[in-house]
Ligand binder design. Structure first.
Ligand code: G3P
Ligand code: CA
Length: 315
C-alpha cells in the first residue's frame, strides 16, 4: 500500500470512529432548543421584565411568556387568569374579588394592573419555592406582551442575538366566555412586531386544541409553528382528553394541525412518546426542567427542546 493510501485509510478510519463515538453519545447528536420558562424564573419573579432580561443574558433559544387578557383588551404576561398568586392585588384592591374569592385579571384595566407589585409565586398564601427570590423584596410589575417583545427585540439588537419567543395563550375558553378574542389580540401584536413572517423565531403554544385549530382556520397562510401542550386529565377542569393525545392515533391527529407537542416531563419517561411523536413528524418540547441532573435523560430520549426555569444550567 502506498504511503498516501495509508494516510487516506487512516483518516477514513478516524472519521468512522468519530461517527460511531457520536452515535453512542446522544448528547451530541442534535441541538436541543432551550426555552426559558417564564424568563429566568428560577432566579427572579416569573414573567417580570427583570426575569426576561436575565434569561436573555443566558442565551437560550427562546423565552416563554404566558398570556392573559385584561378588561380593556390588553395582552399581559401572566401565568394565571387570577392575580393573587403572584401580586399584592388583595392589598391594593381588597374589594375586587369575585364571589369565589379570586381576583381575575380580566376584571382589571391595564392601568389598574400596573399599580400591582409582582412577587414570587404563592399558592393559598404560601410561597411555592422557598429558596427563590425573597417575597417581600424588590418592586416588580406585570409586563404587557408588547413590553416583553420590545425588551427581547431590543436586547437582540444590542447583544447581537436572535433569541426567539414562545408565547402561550392561556385559558382561551375562559377568555371567550368573558367576551374576549385572545387569539385575535395576540396575533395582532405578533403581526405588528414581525413574527408572522417566515423565518421569524417563534412557536405558539396552547393546551387547548380548539384554539390551535382555530388558528389554522383564521390564519391559514401563517408560518408560525404550533405546539400542542399536553397536560394530565386530572388537572383543572379540562374538557380535552390528553390521554388520547398521547397515543399513536392521538399524535397523528395532532400532526394535522400542529408542529409539535409540549408534554409534561413524566409522560416521556418510561414510554415511547418521544419516538411515537417523531414518527408522526412532531417535535417534542417537554416541560418543565428544574434540575440539571435530569437533562442527560431527556437528551437520551431524543427531545427537540426543553422548557426550564434555569436556562443557564443547560448551556
Ligand atoms: O408552556 C409550557 C409549560 O409552561 C406549560 O405549563 O403551566 O407552566 O404554563 P405552565
Ligand atoms: Ca407556559
Amino acid at each position: 500500500m502506498s504511503k498516501s493510501l495509508k494516510v487516506l485509510t487512516f483518516l477514513y478510519c478516524l472519521l468512522l470512529a468519530s461517527c460511531v463515538s457520536l452515535q453512542t453519545k446522544p448528547y451530541f447528536q442534535k441541538k436541543v432548543a432551550i426555552i426559558a420558562h417564564r424568563g429566568a424564573s428560577g432566579y427572579l419573579p416569573e414573567h417580570t421584565l427583570e426575569a426576561i432580561a436575565m434569561a436573555h443574558a443566558f442565551n437560550p433559544d427562546f423565552i416563554e411568556p404566558d398570556l392573559v387578557i385584561t378588561k380593556d383588551d390588553q395582552v399581559i404576561v401572566l401565568h394565571d387568569i387570577h392575580l393573587e398568586n403572584n401580586t399584592n392585588v388583595e392589598e391594593v384592591f381588597p374589594k375586587r374579588a369575585r364571589k369565589d374569592g379570586r381576583w381575575y385579571a380580566v376584571d382589571f384595566t391595564l392601568k389598574e394592573i400596573k399599580k400591582l407589585k409582582v412577587h414570587e409565586r404563592t399558592k393559598k398564601g404560601r410561597v411555592v419555592f422557598d429558596e427563590r427570590f425573597p417575597i417581600n423584596r424588590g418592586s416588580f410589575k406585570v409586563p404587557t406582551f408588547k413590553e416583553f417583545i420590545e425588551l427581547i427585540q431590543g436586547l437582540n439588537q444590542s447583544r447581537q442575538k436572535s433569541i426567539g419567543i414562545y408565547p402561550e395563550i392561556k385559558a382561551p375558553v375562559f377568555h371567550q366566555r368573558e367576551g374576549k378574542d385572545p387569539l385575535g389580540l395576540v396575533m395582532k401584536i405578533l403581526m405588528d412586531y414581525g413574527y408572522n413572517q417566515s423565518g421569524a423565531k417563534i412557536f405558539l403554544q396552547c393546551f387547548d386544541p380548539k384554539l390551535l385549530k382555530e388558528f389554522k382556520k383564521r390564519f391559514p397562510r401563517s408560518p408560525i409553528k404550533l405546539i400542542q401542550l399536553i397536560a394530565d386529565n386530572s388537572w383543572g377542569e379540562s374538557k380535552h382528553d390528553y390521554e388520547v393525545m398521547r397515543t399513536k392515533e392521538g399524535l397523528k391527529e395532532i400532526s394535522l394541525y400542529a408542529d409539535g407537542i409540549g408534554p409534561w416531563i413524566p409522560f416521556i419517561l418510561n414510554s415511547s412518546l418521544v419516538s411515537d411523536a417523531h414518527d408522526s413528524g412532531l417535535l417534542v418540547h417537554p416541560y418543565t426542567l428544574r434540575e440539571k441532573k435530569y437533562y442527560p435523560k431527556l437528551i437520551e430520549l431524543g427531545v427537540d427542546g426543553v422548557f426550564t426555569d434555569f436556562p443557564d444550567l443547560l448551556n
